[in-house]
Design a protein around this ligand. Structure first.
Ligand code: ADE
Length: 218
């Protein structure tokens, strides 16, 4: 969402290029050439953006910043990065496959260990609490205790959102190291849409400023 990249863009001088009905922002920061984009919501748009960034614009490392719904005991504003990700709405179970699995694929995609390590270092330098865990992705805004508990149980997931696993799938296929960071905006239950509207901007800022500290360290 635009709210998730605005805190990054406001710190940078950038130029804009349009491609595939979206905008990509180019800036130099801390000795890196950055390409910044919000994809629009969901797995298809985020896969398109990740592919474009890598294949068209030559991105070598992909850092994702945004917000998520909590599954376990995470609270609004808490930061979590994904050690692995799965698509919770991918269902070939009638053919005997586990949820999240398609033939020649895998339920989970692992994120890059060295980027995760950098995140741990940044967190301890900043004195910020940073958790890690499984993030589940689907083309649904989850606002039901029952659905979130199913996702938590089925995938061992700690947070859920709508783009991480699709970006992970693209990066894995294209051999591009990636890091997925989320700040909690809601608890994915009956009050999710109210909390999301209230906390989106604040949580997006927390995630964005952490990712920019990582860029400085990379
Ligand atoms: N991103 C932030 N909160 C979410 C929720 N409850 N469901 C899906 N994606 C989200």
């Amino acid at each position: 969402m635009t709210e998730e990249i605005e805190p990054i863009l406001e710190k940078l001088d950038f130029r804009v290029e349009e491609y595939g009905k979206n905008r990509y922002y180019f800036a130099t920061f801390s000795n890196h050439e950055l390409v910044i984009a919000y994809s629009k919501i969901g797995k298809v748009f985020s896969a398109l953006s990740a592919s474009t960034m890598i294949e068209k614009f030559g991105v070598e490392t992909l850092l994702f910043s945004g917000v998520a719904g909590a599954i376990g005991d995470l609270k609004i504003g808490d930061l979590i990065y994904a050690t692995k990700l799965a698509q919770h709405d991918l269902d070939l179970s009638p053919f005997g496959h586990p949820y999240g699995f398609v033939p020649e694929g895998s339920v989970f995609i692992n994120s890059d260990k060295s980027l995760n390590l950098i995140a741990d270092e940044v967190a301890s330098e900043m004195g910020v609490k940073l958790q890690s865990g499984v993030i589940a992705t689907g083309d649904q805004f989850v606002a039901s205790r029952e659905r979130k508990e199913w996702i938590g149980k089925t995938f061992g997931a700690d947070a859920l959102e709508m783009e991480g696993a699709s970006v992970a799938t693209v990066c894995d296929a294209l051999d591009t190291p990636f890091f997925i960071l989320r700040a909690i905006s809601d608890s994915a239950d009956g009050s999710a849409e109210i909390d999301f509207d209230t906390f989106l901007i604040e949580s997006a800022k927390i995630s964005a400023s952490f990712v920019m500290r990582m860029v400085e360290k990379i």
